[in-house]
Design a protein around this ligand. Structure first.
Ligand code: CMX
Length: 271
């Protein structure tokens, strides 16, 4: 059973620059930091609500993360789901005929981990992790600068939002969730541990928003497209972000990805 979104992995050019944003500006705390040589990265985990952000700086130019950075630049890299039994989860994925990257779990920053290939999961690189027993109880992690800051939603670009959500429910065992609406997009969502993974595809009659989403699909393919963070109070979040905060737009703050190491980031009042 995939019991929560353990973390979302973000590729950054330099770990310290990523920490300046997520730790110093957004007020998250680093819970773990290490060099993981066999993954070719320096990495840090920062709890946010019931999940975590994982920053990844490539240190090996031939590794997957370095190749990703060279090809796509900084930004969203993978989603990791926590399970009590990573061996069983990997066996279940194999039985479901998912293409695998790892044939057996190995040690990573989040515990024992393994990856499924994004070509089998609608362009979303999926990791499973079983944390060490002393990490298992994950309290709701607060920010020191933005009250209520928590990961609410991970958005993925999709050609067929409904089909992607069905794949994640029927073959990975996640629960279906209300997807909400967005102009010009068809959305379908799954959830675990209070975080939604929302697939969005262009609505055929959807106007400018649908056309922009379709163009992004043509250019970048299916895959991770943004994060939505909940906050207690959008005005207080805006004040904490200072010059980085745009004007609130319909009660939301949409930060410029150029200021967030390539991550399209929206802050809004928690539902
Ligand atoms: N998300 C979605 N697709 C990705 C991707 C990602 N993060 N990284 C690469 N791809 C896609 C590429 O765009 C490419 O697609 P096309 O064939 O359509 O062009 C395809 O995968 C192959 O990419 P590549 O650049 O040729 O790179 P490789 O095949 O050598 O490696 C991958 C890709 C995903 C197999 C490799 O990065 C990998 O094994 N990743 C898992 C391990 C990992 O990411 N570790 C870092 C995190 C460590 C941790 O959390 O502890």
């Amino acid at each position: 059973m995939l019991r929560r979104v353990h973390h979302v992995g973000l590729v950054v050019r330099q770990l310290e620059a990523g920490l300046a944003f997520w730790q110093d500006l957004l007020g998250l705390r680093v819970s773990k930091q290490a060099t993981v040589r066999d993954q070719g990265v320096r990495a840090a985990l920062l709890p946010i609500g019931r999940s975590e952000i994982e920053l990844l700086e490539p240190i090996d130019s031939s590794g997957g993360v370095a190749k990703f950075l060279a090809k796509r630049g900084e930004g969203l890299h993978h989603v990791c789901f926590e399970t009590a039994d990573v061996d069983a989860e990997l066996a279940a994925a194999r039985a479901q005929a998912f293409p695998l990257i790892d044939e057996k779990p190995r040690a990573g920053l989040a515990g024992m981990i393994c990856f499924l290939h994004p070509k089998g999961t609608r362009g979303v690189l999926v990791e499973f992790a079983t944390p060490p027993p002393d990490d298992a109880a994950h309290p709701h992690a607060a920010s020191t600068r933005i009250p209520g800051l928590a990961l609410d939603e991970i958005v993925a670009r999709s050609r067929d939002a409904g089909g992607a959500a069905t794949l994640f429910t029927e073959r990975l065992g996640l629960g279906r969730a209300p997807a909400g609406t967005a102009a010009g997009l068809v959305r379908a969502a799954v959830q675990t541990g209070g975080v939604r993974l929302v697939f969005a595809s262009p609505d055929p009659g959807g106007g400018a928003e649908a056309a922009a989403w379709a163009a992004a699909l043509d250019e970048q393919g299916e895959g991770l497209a943004g994060l939505v963070l909940g906050v207690d109070d959008v005005a207080a979040a805006s004040a904490a972000l200072g010059t980085q905060a745009p004007a609130p737009d319909g009660g939301m703050l949409r930060l410029d990805p150029a200021n967030c190491h390539g991550v399209p980031l929206t802050l809004r009042s928690a539902p």
